[in-house]
Write a protein that binds this ligand. Structure first.
Ligand code: HEC
Ligand code: HEC
Ligand code: HEC
Ligand code: HEC
Length: 357
């Protein structure tokens, strides 16, 4: 019997979504040695899939504060900033570190890539300069900092900028590594590269949590993290308009599916990492299926079609990475093309503002 479920089956069967979750068969089988060796050989490239903020291009929060002081003040109140002072004192952190046979939390790459921002010094050494900071989410800035705010020369103003120039400016910044509002999917990927915790040993041996439970882009970005001051030149921390929130919600789900599929690709054994990330991928797929039924968007259909081929089992890196890569491409396209104004059919699925973190 096949353990796959095709999209046609899903459509025709009209089964409740809970059942659907179970029907994405999660078959985390035991390791076979040959595959394991293969996976190990593959690991470095697997881990390099989504570039973490490049320390050689990191400028640090002080290079943003001159123009984005309001954003900086909000950021300072978040766990992202505070983890810098807190993590190495946290007894759980010491325990995790010890389980992995590590001597220091702030040295070595393991904890740093998700809990801190590092900067490369002239002599090639890297130093930890902050917790999770501006560039962790928006991209290391040295190549784009001078592009992203250039309205067209020293005398040009925001008010006088043409829509074409603005579009061009945002695209150029994007090409230089910035993750900005031109493509929300890239920002969602920033979140999930950390919040999906794609590191089996860290979870199974270290006893680190296997990613954040119920991570959802709208609820997790529009509460204490929210820093939308541009419209008001730094005076009002604005809420996002509903059409933007709708797109953000769907983009968050797609990125979640991509990253949990990617994480499942790394699973060599069932517990605890493998089952957790595979279950999350299946649950997210069921949610995207519900969204697709409401929006009938062809890109969402393609995403589900792609995922329906996934065999969520251990030691299946090649297939799962290929699927995650395709979901990524489609997610970027969805983020560019989606028109939030026409997406009211999902409003009852959106978190309400009391649920914002
Ligand atoms: C010299 C002033 C200046 C500095 C320094 C600066 N910015 Fe900006 N930034 C701006 C301006 C002005 C805008 C608004 C551009 C616009 O109108 O689209 C902006 C916009 C942004 C946006 C929103 C882009 C979008 O449309 O989504 C982000 C994100 C951002 N900056 C991040 C940063 C970060 C991170 C740093 C530090 C590494 C930084 N900026 C440094 C002036 C600056
Ligand atoms: C892939 C990204 C990633 C890596 C690598 C990582 N963490 Fe975390 N860690 C997170 C995220 C995301 C959270 C927040 C989870 C949540 O939503 O509660 C977290 C939370 C924690 C917490 C608080 C939750 C708890 O279990 O009490 C501790 C302590 C911690 N991490 C320690 C470590 C240590 C020590 C290392 C290195 C050995 C490490 N982390 C490596 C992403 C990571
Ligand atoms: C470089 C890694 C990294 C990135 C990128 C990142 N986070 Fe986090 N985030 C963490 C870690 C680590 C913690 C836990 C900090 C702690 O408590 O020590 C955390 C905590 C949080 C919390 C607080 C959770 C709570 O329990 O209250 C929220 C909310 C959050 N992140 C949302 C986001 C969103 C939304 C994005 C993307 C826009 C994002 N994060 C991007 C690593 C990251
Ligand atoms: C945890 C990830 C995260 C961190 C850290 C972060 N941002 Fe953002 N930033 C976001 C998200 C998500 C948005 C909203 C994107 C959207 O709706 O287009 C955003 C939006 C912005 C905007 C545009 C807001 C507007 O009014 O339109 C600016 C400017 C900005 N960030 C600058 C910064 C600066 C400066 C820092 C550091 C002090 C920073 N961000 C830290 C995730 C982050």
């Amino acid at each position: 019997m096949s353990n796959l479920i095709s999209l046609n089956e899903i459509h025709s069967a009209k089964i409740p979504y809970r059942t659907l979750v179970f029907r994405f068969v999660i078959k985390l089988v035991a390791i076979t040695t040959s595959l394991c060796v293969y996976l190990l050989a593959l690991q470095p490239s697997v881990c390099a899939q989504i570039p973490h903020c490049d320390p050689g291009k990191v400028l640090g929060v002080n290079s943003c504060s001159q123009c984005h002081n309001a954003e900086l003040l909000v950021w300072k109140q978040t766990p992202h900033a505070q983890t810098f002072e807190a993590l190495h004192r946290n007894p759980r952190a010491k325990e995790i570190s010890k389980n992995l046979g590590q001597r220091s939390i702030k040295r070595g790459n393991r904890c740093i890539k998700c809990h801190y921002t590092t900067q490369q010094l002239n002599d090639d050494r890297e130093r930890v300069i902050a917790g999770v900071s501006c560039e962790s989410c928006h991209g290391a800035a040295s190549d784009w900092i001078h592009l992203h705010n250039d309205y067209g020369g020293p005398t040009a103003t925001r008010q006088a900028e043409s829509p074409t120039h603005r579009q061009h400016r945002l695209e150029e910044s994007l090409a230089a590594g910035m993750r900005n509002s031109r493509n929300l999917y890239l920002i969602a990927q920033s979140c999930l590269q950390c919040h999906s915790v794609p590191d089996e040993e860290l979870v199974n041996t270290g006893t680190h949590v296997a990613g954040s439970d119920n991570f959802e882009l709208v609820a997790w970005s529009q509460g204490t993290l929210r820093h939308n001051f541009l419209q008001s030149q730094g005076t009002v921390n604005a809420t996002r308009p509903l059409p933007r929130i709708r797109v953000m919600y769907v983009v968050g789900q797609i990125a979640d599916l991509e990253f949990n599929t990617r994480a499942t690709a790394l699973a060599t054994e069932k517990a605890i990492f493998g089952t957790t990330v595979a279950n999350r991928a299946a649950t997210t797929a069921a949610r995207l299926f519900e969204i697709e039924q409401r929006l009938h968007h062809p890109l969402l259909e393609s995403i589900l079609q792609t995922f329906s081929k996934a065999e969520l089992k251990t030691n299946n890196p090649i297939q799962l990475i290929e699927i995650a890569d395709t979901i990524q491409e489609l997610g970027i396209e969805f983020s560019e093309k989606a028109d939030g104004k026409t997406m009211g059919a999902i409003d009852s699925m959106l978190p309400n503002s009391q649920q914002y973190r």
